[in-house]
Design a protein around this ligand. Structure first.
Ligand code: NAP
Length: 299
């Protein structure tokens, strides 16, 4: 693919979207960007992106459009709102939705876009901000093989592990199934942590035992970083984990699948959000549990 001629529109420059857009620029694609909050555009513009006044304008003439926004409501608004990008898409363009949205949203978008001859891929991602910066995201793609093959050079600029999962809906559903693990593992980690803390085992010892043993995981390393680096910027907001768990439980309800652990973790996330922790990293669950257990997180 001759990158100079392949134009990319990018909408949604939050924690994940901004570094993903920068990686597209680094890979040589001309990128035109839009974000609802204008000041988040500046660092991406400084990296070489062209600024657009509206979402419609960001995607005009683009061959590929990447959308990385918070949730179904945001996705619906940036696509179909008054200055929505569906008004600017050219025939034959491929829209790549990297946001974690519901399978139902994907089906609706794919159908609406097909009627204007635009192709749709859902491409939700795993891993977090650091991986987004390094172009090392894991990406689950749903859509036709043909569209996937066409979009691969664009996807490869953002992700290192890319899986074509199946048709539209399949990747989004698998991402929600993965959320069962992400949400329950964080709660399990918090419970391990507070119990071990309360026994008086030194912090370093309990961490080392977990780190070198068979129970470790990348998610626990992520949580540990949040513990040892208090006051760092959140990389995955608790409000988004609650949104994901709600989507996961909705899907489970539609399929008549009981998810008792995930449902219990939802209660924790709702309580944390109502305590004003929605804009903290979702590892803040650990702080909350420490309060309940009467142990300090650090020290
Ligand atoms: P974020 O920092 O909160 O960014 C959300 C983006 O959506 C921002 O650009 C925001 O615009 C935009 N947005 C929200 N509501 C909107 C609306 N009504 N109209 C237009 N734009 C709207 O979130 P993030 O961490 O980048 O996550 C983005 C997506 O990736 C989410 O679906 C999340 O679940 C998923 N994800 C995140 C991670 C992670 O580690 N962070 C990992 C995997 C998947 P403003 O700047 O104006 O608010």
């Amino acid at each position: 693919m001759a990158k100079k001629r392949v134009k990319v529109g990018f909408v949604g420059l939050g924690l994940m979207g901004a570094p993903m857009a920068v990686n597209l620029i680094k890979a040589g694609f001309p990128v035109r960007v839009w974000n609802r909050t204008a000041d988040k555009v500046e660092p991406v513009a400084a990296a070489g992106a062209d600024k657009a006044p509206t979402a419609t304008d960001a995607v005009r003439g683009a061959d590929f459009v990447v959308v990385m926004v918070a949730d179904d409501a945001a996705f619906d608004s940036v696509l179909f709102g008054d200055v929505g990008l569906s008004r600017g898409l050219k025939r034959g363009a491929v829209l790549i939705n990297c946001s974690t949205t519901s399978p139902a949203m994907s089906f609706r978008a794919a159908t609406a876009l097909r009627s204007i001859s635009v192709r749709y891929l859902e491409a939700p991602v795993m891993r977090s901000v650091q991986a987004a910066r390094e172009g090392q995201l894991q990406m689950l793609v749903g859509g036709s093989r043909e569209d996937f093959a066409k979009a691969e050079p664009v996807l490869k600029a953002m992700a290192s592990d890319i899986h074509h999962v199946g048709d539209v809906g399949k990747a989004g559903s698998l991402k929600l199934a993965c959320n069962v693990l992400a949400a329950t593992m964080m709660q399990a980690y918090a419970e391990f942590f507070v119990l071990a803390r309360k026994t008086g085992v030194p912090f370093e010892t309990m961490m080392e035992v977990l780190r070198v043993g068979p129970l470790d995981s990348q998610l626990y390393r992520y949580a540990e970083q949040v513990v040892v680096n208090p006051g760092g910027r959140p990389t995955f907001y608790l409000k988004h984990m609650l949104k994901d768990v709600n989507l996961t439980l909705d899907l489970a309800r539609q399929l008549d699948v009981p998810l008792p652990l995930t449902a219990a973790v939802r209660q924790m996330l709702v309580a944390a959000k109502n305590l004003g922790r929605g804009d903290e990293d979702f590892a803040t669950i650990l702080d909350l549990m420490a309060g309940w257990a009467g142990v300090p997180v650090r020290g």
